[in-house]
Design a protein around this ligand. Sequence first.
Ligand code: FAD
Length: 456
Amino acid sequence: MTVSVVLFTSDLRLHDHPPLLAALRSSDDVVPLFVRDDGIAATGFDAPNRRAFLADCLADLDRGLRDRGGRLVVRSGDVVDQVGKVAAETGARDVHIAAGVSGYAQRRETRLREALDPEGLRLHVHDAVITALAAGAVTPAGSHHFAMFTPYFRRWSQERLRDPLGAPRTVRVPDGIGSDPLPSRAEVSGTSEGPATGGETEGRRRLTAWKRAHLAHYEDMQDVPAADATSRLSPHLHFGTLSPTEVVHRVRKEEGPGTEAFVRQICWRDFHHQVLAARPDASRADYRTRHDRWRSGRRAAEEAEAWKEGRTGYPVVDAAMRQLRHEGWMHNRCRLLVASFLTKTLYVDWRVGARHFMDLLVDGDVANNQLNWQWTAGTGTDTRPGRVLNPVVQARRFDPDGSYVRRWVPELEGIPGKAVHEPWKLPGSERARGYPEPLVDLADGLARFRRARGRD
Ligand code: FAD
């Protein structure tokens, strides 16, 4: 009787799961294992919104395994110790895991290898599970990663992605192997009021429904927050309840500009993952330093607090920050403009914003969050690091009738049309009561940023 352990991490699905299928092909029994890892808890990464979504994912994965004759085994503690214990209890000789890109995932892989090798256990690390193309699969001449998106996209688009795999029909789990109870969403407190539901079943349902209703118009509508026409698949891609490879294959079945634009966004995801794999320090340190001396002190802290709470006096910024708090999600256009506002207009360190996003986002992802923050702050891979997004210009362009702002800022719901983007310009009698004056003058913010970056 041969046994393999499959350690699930950011790949909480049964469809298109190379580690699980490899384990099933090479052994009689398989232990599908998830470890509630103390190491991740210690990083402060398991924020309530993501814990709740994770609970859904694990429950759904367990259901899917039970439908196939198996079940999920959950353990708690140090991930390497727990894998060793489970292997010893079941006599497993092989451990399968998806390759990760963060410093934490890379250390986990090294530690697993160091612990398993002396015991004669084999660790199999599978590429292209968490990303569509493996990090490092394509590289530019003379470097181990692409530092610019456009050449990466060109190269990525020429690669043939592997074919997606079906879900297994049966999974046999060794008798008698113990499991902790599954975490439950009900145990999690402090979540937003309206965060998404997790799990592979929900991810697949959403992909099918969104593709039918919105893919064809994605290119035209992707930047319109009020339309809410993007896929909202980001939490599913983060937790791996959907495979990026399968998503690309499925959308490519429909030809058109919507498909191309959408696949490009999935490529952005792979792009940031390959940057982080090569530069894991970029989760904390500037990818490219601009020698910033970010503002600190009481005033800067108060302004950052107003930004977090959605009371900057710039309606589109406040609408977006309130949506984040309420849903644990924010539209990409809004993420760009609130991040630009914090780092460039207020000149507050990108790490302050990235931390706040990580505390609330259901899709909070080290590669996508930290590197998008760095991109916006101009310390990352943006080829125009000095660009500053003006929130009023952005709002007029992407929320032309003001409906996104009115949805999230009830104080302004009586102001019609695009006047809602500049309430301070209204005569006193028409001003919204209880809504703050602008926190900062945009021109002053811009001048300060330019001085700081040596461009005045
Ligand atoms: P869609 O428009 O439907 O796009 C499909 C998928 O493509 C997304 O689900 C996502 O996986 C990927 N994608 C889209 N845009 C990007 C991008 N710019 N970078 C990388 N991948 C992208 N995305 C996260 O998944 N987690 C984060 O923590 C995160 N933090 C961000 C922080 C900032 C400051 C910014 C500017 C962007 C951030 N993004 C993050 C990227 C992007 O905003 C979200 O992926 C997107 O808004 C999710 O909504 P959606 O699924 O409807 O996207």
